[in-house]
Design a protein around this ligand. Structure first.
Ligand code: CTP
Ligand code: MG
Length: 231
């Protein structure tokens, strides 16, 4: 395949506050990692999938990936590698496992477990069409205030200039690899690194279902979205 999807799942899930890592927390009978993989395996073209798992759970992640690919017939190769202590290190480990023929790379958070396959397809299509970085984002609906250390309002941020961004984030492989190789600073997403390296990154319409499961409230909401409608 000429598209690679790196699913980063090596975090501990501190804010979720469970005893085991977030990717292995269950939601309606499946782990969050399996939900995320079902979305990726539903893409319309064959892709190489690389799961980045906690170092001590690589075997467990392999079993989850096998279940998900059996359930939704993965079209391309699937592998699992060990992650690092930061998200960025985990992405680096994933980049190192890409097949030679991959030209477009998507980096996706396993924690965005309900992300629809269609969003992944749209990101790939937009990278192909523009040759540049593409990330999904949603318009911010709340009024956003800048606040000082004593909780006093400083000003209101112009909402029209804001986008709440999601994953999968897609890039030409060479651009993403170069940005990761040259910039050592910690960033919370890949688009920040690629932009800091001087490359254009565009936002396309994201999905409300691609929200990140971060807190117990997010997990509860995800459960409600998956539950069969009453009546
Ligand atoms: N991630 C990773 N390797 C790390 C840290 C994070 O692969 N060392 C992944 C997580 O597994 C997750 C995604 O990056 O899918 C987004 O990170 P986040 O939501 O912050 O997850 P955690 O770091 O696990 O959660 P927390 O920050 O609450 O500990
Ligand atoms: Mg984190």
């Amino acid at each position: 395949p000429t598209v690679g999807v790196i699913v980063v799942a090596a975090g501990s899930g501190t804010r979720l506050g469970r005893s085991h890592p977030k990717a292995f927390v269950h939601l309606q009978g499946r782990t969050l990692l399996e939900h995320a993989l079902l979305g990726v395996f539903g893409m319309s073209e064959a892709v190489q999938v690389i799961v980045v798992a906690p170092e001590d759970r690589v075997g467990e992640a392999r079993a989850v990936a096998a279940d998900a690919s059996a359930a939704r017939e993965a079209l391309g190769p699937v592998s699992v590698v060990a992650g690092g202590t930061t998200r960025q290190q985990s992405v680096d480990r994933g980049l190192a496992a890409l097949d030679a023929e991959v030209e477009i790379v998507l980096v996706h958070d396993a924690a965005r477990a309900l992300t629809p396959s269609d969003l992944c397809d749209r990101v790939v299509a937009a990278v192909r069409a523009t040759g540049a970085g593409v990330i999904p984002g949603l318009a911010v609906v709340d009024t956003i205030k800048r606040v000082d250390a004593s909780d006093l309002i400083l000003d209101t941020v112009d909402r029209a200039e804001l986008s709440a961004v999601q994953t999968p984030q897609g890039f030409p492989r060479a651009v993403l690899v170069a940005a990761h190789d040259t910039l050592a600073d910690e960033a919370t997403d890949d688009a920040a690194l690629v932009a800091a390296a001087g490359h254009a990154v565009r936002v396309i319409e994201g999905s409300p279902l691609a929200f990140k499961i971060t807190t117990p409230n997010d997990l509860e909401r995800a459960g409600l979205l998956l539950a069969p409608a009453p009546g």
